[in-house]
Ligand binder design. Structure first.
Ligand SMILES: Nc1nc2c(ncn2[C@@H]2O[C@H](COP(=O)(O)OP(=O)(O)OP(=O)(O)O)[C@@H](O)[C@H]2O)c(=O)[nH]1
Ligand SMILES: [Mg+2]
Length: 192
């Protein structure tokens, strides 16, 4: 199954985006319009570990599992199982996974570069290198300073693609679902 990875700092807004996406996909399905069916899932390779994943059926591109990668912060997580998940996600990020890089735009607006972790710069570099396998989700757009943060993220991280979202208001969530439906299966980086 294809993998989409919600990655970013602890508290960036990954879980809320996953929930909002599940709600939107379910609503679409209920209206009978599109094949978005969320099902319960677990992050791959993580039996018994906490984590959330959403499986979307995307018509001719098959199924896509969107999963939340444990937050990449300034300190390593104490649980080796969660660190293993993070390293597996990073490996997929540079090879064949679809990277959904979540950054709290309001925090960047209010605190500038202080609000970005090393992992954010590294993921952005993966985005620059990969191009089509990367989407920056500028999250929490309903909060003060988020517009300033969005402008800075565009300038500083030079993302090949960016989508402003708010799990609170629903801004950008339908657009994210459309993006996931449209994106083609990615070839591993080395095969281009
Ligand atoms: N106003 C507002 N608050 C948000 C939004 N998204 C998330 N939050 C808040 O930000 C906090 C962190 O959100 P989460 O979605 O749990 O963050 P996360 O990235 O999953 O964090 P970890 O799982 O710890 O890595 C919570 O208190 C949310 O209520 C948003 O779009 N708007
Ligand atoms: Mg979370």
């Amino acid at each position: 199954m294809r993998e989409a990875l919600l990655m970013g700092q602890p508290g960036a807004g990954k879980s809320e985006i996953l929930r909002a996406l599940a709600r939107t996909a379910r609503r679409r399905m209920e209206r009978g319009r599109a094949a978005g069916f969320p099902a319960a899932g677990r992050p791959p390779g993580a039996p018994g570990l906490p984590g959330e994943a959403l499986v979307l059926s995307l018509g001719r591109w098959g199924r896509l599992r969107v999963w939340e990668v444990p937050g990449l912060g300034s300190r390593p997580l104490p649980d080796p199982g969660l660190r293993w998940l993070q390293s597996r996600a990073l490996a997929l990020a540079v090879t064949s996974g679809l990277v959904l890089h979540v950054v709290d735009a309001a925090a960047v607006g209010a605190r500038g570069k202080e609000a970005l972790e090393e992992a954010d710069w590294e993921l952005a570099a993966v985005g620059l290198r990969r191009g089509d396998g990367y989407l920056l989700l500028a999250a929490q757009m309903d909060r003060p300073w988020a517009a300033t943060g969005l402008e800075r993220l565009r300038r500083w991280l030079e993302p090949p693609a960016v989508l402003p979202v708010s799990a609170r208001t629903g801004e950008g969530i339908a657009g994210l679902l459309r993006y996931l439906r449209r994106v083609r299966p990615l070839r591993p980086l080395g095969s281009r």
